[in-house]
Design a binder for this molecule. Structure first.
Ligand SMILES: NC(=O)c1ccc[n+]([C@@H]2O[C@H](COP(=O)([O-])OP(=O)(O)OC[C@H]3O[C@@H](n4cnc5c(N)ncnc54)[C@H](OP(=O)(O)O)[C@@H]3O)[C@@H](O)[C@H]2O)c1
Length: 141
């Protein structure tokens, strides 16, 4: 994540940009903007790419669960992944992608809602059904 600012700010103009990055101090070093981001790190990413259609997603499951957790639609043990963004068409597109990848898709609201998906958030790293993921995101339990 510490290298995203190396990329030109107009690189993703008009494009859907899936922010799957997680900020880890141990890996990324101390970055004041990311550490203190009150609306989550994706809002900082959006500031760097102002014309990109940023969606926070694909970040809250580790690669093992991502790889092993894929299931066809309707499977009883299908896991869910969330998507958060301010552009509703972009979020809808990412939700379709999540479904094609083999997960139920949950709309986590605005980009600032992505804070719940990042390390330290209530759903980070957990393999959850859509119902449980939605409950944790919106009801906190
Ligand atoms: N691993 C997981 O389970 C997981 C799950 C969810 C989210 N994430 C998050 O996803 C991000 C990447 O994690 P990772 O485990 O995939 O890390 P990684 O294995 O180190 O991969 C990082 C990738 O980014 C590329 N890269 C870095 N700087 C670049 C630049 N300036 N231009 C173009 N490409 C660049 C690297 O290319 P080179 O190899 O050529 O340097 C490498 O392919 C992290 O923020 C991580 O927290 C990881």
């Amino acid at each position: 994540m510490h290298r995203f600012r190396d990329l030109p700010s107009d690189l993703f103009d008009g494009k859907i940009l899936v922010d799957a990055m997680n900020y880890w101090e141990e890996i990324d070093g101390i970055d004041e903007d990311l550490t203190t981001a009150p609306m989550g790190t994706s809002v900082v990413v959006q500031q760097h790419f102002p014309l990109a259609r940023v969606v926070k997603s694909l970040n809250h499951l580790g690669y093992f669960k991502f790889d092993q957790g894929r299931r066809p639609r309707g499977a009883p043990d299908r896991l869910a992944m969330a998507a958060a963004g301010n552009d509703s068409d972009a979020v809808a597109a990412v939700m379709r992608l999540i479904d094609r990848l083999g997960f139920d898709a949950v709309n986590a609201g605005s980009l600032g809602g992505g804070i719940a998906l990042q390390p330290g958030g209530p759903v980070f790293g957990m393999g959850l059904s859509a119902e449980k993921l939605t409950r944790l995101l919106f009801l906190g339990a």
